[in-house]
Design a protein around this ligand. Structure first.
Ligand code: PRP
Ligand code: URA
Length: 209
């Protein structure tokens, strides 16, 4: 079964409080999503392999470490996943970026795909899928199913808030995909929204409500 890591660093918890607050406007909301994505990414990349490299400091020659040329790709789920991209690129500036467009039907809560563009060499890459919200888990499950058709080396899923229902469904559908989030909230309400959550992430990022 996949591993779930809740990255509950005090900085993340503080920023999450601001993010959840209904009074937080789009401009601050976007900044916070990016900052939290950077902080979660720090943990999600903890297992990157290192190799020895020889350099000269101003004092002497020494052997030290660098990341062992691992090829990564990130794939935000549109729209809201786009809000996490710059925050991840701040730590991983040379990754390739794919995109998957999904929207959740408000009645059935089922995801509908409208766009998919992935790096050509994704089969040689480790992929991190980005979406701030994992509610029923349907969008993450579908996005990962699409990406798996292109045989990436590994996949991780990074979100900000997850519901227990979504995590369970995602783990059952993709037991090989490790999950990183900032909070596991209480439950889903009758409209499929995470409680207490933060509302509709896409609408809050882009000011569409
Ligand atoms: C939101 C969110 C996830 C999805 C989560 O997107 O960003 O993609 O819902 O719900 P699920 O786990 O039940 O599938 P939405 O469908 O509202 O689209 P948007 O990002 O374009 O607003
Ligand atoms: N999508 C969101 O943006 N928020 C939720 O709470 C559930 C799905």
């Amino acid at each position: 079964m996949s591993k779930i890591t809740v990255v509950d660093h005090p900085l993340i918890q503080h920023k999450l409080t601001l993010l959840r607050d209904r009074e937080t406007g789009s401009m601050e909301f976007r900044t916070l999503v990016g900052e939290i994505a950077t902080l979660i990414c720090y943990e999600a990349t903890r297992d990157l392999p290192l190799e020895d490299v020889e350099i000269e400091t101003p004092i002497c020659r020494t052997t030290t470490k660098e990341i062992a040329g691992k090829k990564l790709a990130i794939v935000p789920i549109l729209r809201a996943g786009m809000g996490m991209v710059d925050g991840v690129l701040a730590l991983l500036p040379s990754v390739k970026v794919g995109h998957i467009g999904l929207y959740r039907d408000p009645k059935t809560l089922k995801p509908h795909e409208y766009y998919c563009k992935l790096p050509n060499d994704i089969d040689q890459r480790d992929v991190i899928v980005l979406d701030p919200m994992c509610a029923t888990g349907g969008s993450a499950i579908d996005a990962i199913t699409q990406i798996k058709l292109r045989s990436p080396k590994t996949i991780k899923f990074m979100c900000i808030i997850a519901a227990p229902e979504g995590l369970k469904a995602l783990q059952e559908a993709h037991p090989d995909v490790d999950i990183f989030c900032a909070s596991v909230d209480s439950h889903l309400n009758e409209h499929g929204y995470i409680v207490p959550g933060l509302g509709d992430a896409g609408d809050r990022i882009y000011g569409t409500k």
